[in-house]
Ligand binder design. Structure first.
Ligand code: ADP
Ligand code: ASP
Ligand code: MG
Length: 426
């Protein structure tokens, strides 16, 4: 047992050569695809036991969310998690049935059956502990183990979910708990690309990339893998291989510590995030504790804020604080800020949904001011207005209007030659 969030204790008794395989929604979209997945699982289990994690079929989770919204504009979070978790329960049972029909011993488990314990936070719970006894028993009985991704259970037995895209995190948490050194994430593209290949067709496949770069890329919108899954893999030194379900022999991309990487790129990729909105609280008195009050009010409701910007107006002696939040938190954020506005004597709360984050990510960004200069000039030359900017060691983010996002990303991709094979001096 560990108290670490998204933690998982390693055990010594896992079978040697064990593989953890995770299949995303498009990979299990219909029965034909589930049969195809069963074929991949069968070829893995010829050499060693297989632990399989599945997402819900196709767009099932979106469909369930839509049903919930038809019942309530603000569905109860506990009930919503119970509903959302059913998607993965369908696909796990179907895969186990298909495997068994093919004569392969297989057994499926929900998170509460396995014992994937989370904190009591609905819709984005973090894993606290993972039990392994049921899984190890099934391996001892020569069964393929199929586990529902995306879900967990609290100590009180309530079902939770781990956040959209969270099946990746389930797979890595299970790999850590049973001591598997590798986790294969099967999806609908060949691996991690320099940008979303469905948006920027000239994006290139990256054969090997570090955990740190992928965490940053996925946090900034590259949904090919969930950022928490990559953080967990880094902490437990689990190598992740992203592969294409529809090209099972393609080697895909390897995400690891990056030790053997010969080329340290300044820029590794570009990401677009259209899931955020910009919120501003205007004309706040400029005195100590104001920012803390605003941020705490939001943190108390588990609202994550990003890209905080404070501007002081010397003529009025007032400041404005602007930040971005996930769109799904926007209504709640505005409600909270309206209350804080009264307490602080601020003037107004503004919200802007016409925003997209376009980010350039790379391990070699820090200490190279030329990269920011090149990005801003590239967007400026094309008439793209930058609404906000944020930088950190590994990323440079510009908030632009949604209509400009894809063009800005494509221009950045070109400006940093990401469509060309990398060379050591870039
Ligand atoms: P799954 O259902 O298998 O979990 P997702 O839809 O969550 O699949 O993630 C795969 C998708 O991620 C791809 O279809 C692709 O459009 C998108 N994507 C975004 N950025 C990238 C990137 N840098 N490299 C690869 N895929 C990316
Ligand atoms: N089914 C969940 C979702 O659509 C979890 C996942 O696919 O990883 O977000
Ligand atoms: Mg996914």
């Amino acid at each position: 047992m560990t108290n670490q969030r998204d933690g998982a204790a390693r055990t010594c008794s896992s079978p040697p050569g064990l593989s953890v395989l995770k299949f995303g929604g498009t990979s299990v979209k219909n029965i034909g695809r589930i049969q195809h997945v069963a074929g991949i699982v069968d070829s893995w289990r010829q050499s060693a036991p297989a632990l399989v994690v599945v997402s819900a079929m196709g767009d099932t989770t979106d469909y369930l969310l839509k049903l919930a919204r038809q019942c309530s504009s603000d569905p109860d979070r506990r009930e919503l998690d119970l509903l959302m978790s059913t998607g993965e329960q369908i696909s796990m049972a179907l895969l186990a049935m298909v495997l068994r029909y093919a004569g392969i011993r297989a057994k499926s488990f929900t998170a509460s059956q396995v014992g994937i314990f989370t904190e009591t936070v609905h819709s984005s719970a973090r894993i606290i502990d993972v039990k392994t006894d049921k899984i190890l028993q099934a391996f001892a009985d020569n069964e393929v183990v199929v586990v529902a991704g995306f879900q967990g259970v609290t100590a009180d037995g309530d079902v939770t979910t781990l956040g959209r895209g969270g099946s990746d995190t389930t797979a890595v948490a299970l790999a850590a708990a049973i001591g598997a050194p590798r986790c294969h994430i099967y999806t609908d593209v060949d691996g991690v690309y320099t940008a979303d290949p469905n948006v920027i067709p000239e994006a290139r496949l990256i054969k090997q990339i570090s955990y740190e770069e992928v965490v940053e890329m996925s946090r900034l919108g590259a949904r090919v893998i969930h950022p928490r899954a990559v953080e967990l893999a880094r902490r437990h030194e689990i190598a992740l291989r992203i592969r294409n379900t529809f090209k099972p022999h393609h080697e895909g991309s390897l995400i690891d510590g990056g030790k053997d990487m010969e080329i340290h790129r300044a820029v590794s990729g570009v990401a677009i995030d259209t899931d955020h909105a910009r919120v501003a609280i205007m004309d706040v008195p400029d005195r100590p504790g104001v920012a803390g009050k605003i941020v705490k009010a939001l943190a108390d409701r588990h609202i994550v804020i990003d890209m905080i910007m404070q501007a002081f107006h010397p003529t009025t002696g007032l400041s404005s604080i602007t930040f971005t939040v996930h769109r799904s938190d926007l209504d709640q954020t505005i409600g909270i800020l309206q209350q804080v506005k009264e307490e602080l004597g601020a003037k107004e709360v503004l919200a802007d949904t016409d925003v997209a984050k376009v980010s350039v990510i790379g391990a070699g960004l820090s200490g190279r001011p030329g990269i920011a200069a090149k990005l801003f000039a590239t967007l400026g030359d094309d008439g793209i207005n930058i609404k906000m900017i944020a930088t950190s060691e590994m990323r440079l983010t510009c908030v632009v209007g949604t209509a400009d996002a894809e063009r800005a990303a494509r221009l950045a991709h070109q400006a940093f030659d990401l469509d060309k094979a990398p060379s050591p001096d870039r």
